[in-house]
Ligand binder design. Structure first.
Ligand code: ZN
Length: 356
């Protein structure tokens, strides 16, 4: 939170700060408009593309979020231009069999506020890549580009676990933490398209070193990586109490992975259940902090670790409720499991393509 300015300090307008670039004029807020076909009707089918570090998945999706046909291709991640060709090839193959109106592309990375350019995608070697223009040239249809977690949040809010709700936060708990924000029924991207990265919200001053270079980020405590780290640490410190975890890890603490922790916990292994309690509690505490800022009606929890269900969500709900400011005097948001699974990003990108 910003500190209060005291009356004795000189006032200086934001655009007078020495060394800071002059701010660009904010664009007026655009209201999304439903695209129509040449006959004036809404689009029946659109294509969603999910561009990951190893696979490109492209699917034809109808207005209810059902996938009619889906293709998968390997991602030539080291070659940005080849990735564009793979996307366009998959879309053109689907277009040959289906009458589609537009294409949405979801990618793990920073997407600019005009939804045209991928500024930085750590797994794809895309740097300031004009993805919209390059793909449109090759497929002859309108394209929108969106961050993959934003696309997944849109899908869960409109067609999945939180359908009917207008204030929704999707939190994906995988190796790290991803998120997407829907407010007032619209995807919230922020001024520069960068909103929705709470995984790097710092929850422990000078805490664990994060891959982003900062210390104490939420995803160092509430992600799948944190779950595995807890289990390995437990097995190192108390091998006699961690026999099942060690067995599933091939006898070595470093052999224990996420599915092993989930499996042991499902079997009732006390140590594995405790690992979920620790990580789930960090997750829930972070949800309470997010509620203090955004006050959503529903948190949707997705990602690989969420497949453990109530092992994760039980402690998360408890910590969320205990950490919520003014908890006796306010409504509690639902904390629900995601419904659309790994296809959420593809489905959301396809639906977002319906709007210009
Ligand atoms: Zn970080």
């Amino acid at each position: 939170m910003a500190s209060q300015r005291t009356g004795s300090q000189p006032r200086r307008a934001a655009n007078q700060i020495r060394g800071a670039p002059p701010p660009s004029r904010p664009k007026p807020v655009r209201t999304p408009t439903l695209r129509t076909t040449q006959t004036g009707r809404g689009m029946g089918l659109t294509i969603g593309v999910d561009v990951g570090g190893t696979k490109v998945a492209a699917g034809v999706v109808d207005e209810t979020g059902q996938i009619v046909e889906k293709l998968k291709r390997d991602t030539p991640a080291a070659h940005p231009e080849n990735t564009i060709e793979v996307i366009a090839g998959a879309v053109n193959e689907l277009q040959a069999r289906h009458d589609v109106g537009a294409v949405g592309i979801g990618a793990a990375g920073f997407v600019d506020e005009t939804r045209s350019m991928v500024l930085f995608a750590p797994n794809l070697a895309w740097r300031d890549e004009p993805v919209k223009k390059l793909v449109e040239e090759r497929i002859g249809r309108p394209v929108v580009v969106e961050n993959d977690a934003n696309a997944a949040a849109w899908a869960e809010a409109k067609l999945g676990a939180a359908r009917g709700q207008e204030h929704v936060l999707l939190i994906t708990v995988g190796t790290g933490i991803g998120a997407g924000i829907v407010l007032d029924g619209r995807l919230y991207r922020g001024r520069f398209g960068m909103a929705g990265e709470p995984g790097h919200y710092r929850v422990v001053p000078d805490g664990r070193l994060c891959g982003c270079g900062n210390c104490g980020c939420w995803e160092q405590y509430a992600s799948g990586s944190a779950l595995v780290a807890e289990a390995r640490d437990f097995a190192r410190r108390s091998p006699e109490a961690a026999t099942r975890l060690l067995e599933l890890g091939g006898g070595r603490p470093d052999g224990i992975d996420g599915p092993a922790v989930t499996r042991a916990a499902r079997e009732g292994d006390v140590g594995a259940v405790r690992c979920f309690e620790i990580v789930g509690s960090w997750l829930g505490a972070g949800l309470a902090d997010l509620a203090a800022i955004l006050d959503p009606g529903c948190f949707v929890i997705g990602g690989g670790v969420s497949e453990a269900g109530d092992l994760l969500l039980g402690p998360a709900r408890t910590a969320y409720q205990n950490g919520l400011t003014g908890r006796s005097h306010r409504h509690l948001a639902d904390v629900r499991l995601a419904e659309l699974g790994p296809d959420a990003g593809l489905i959301g990108a396809a639906d977002l393509a319906r709007y210009s």
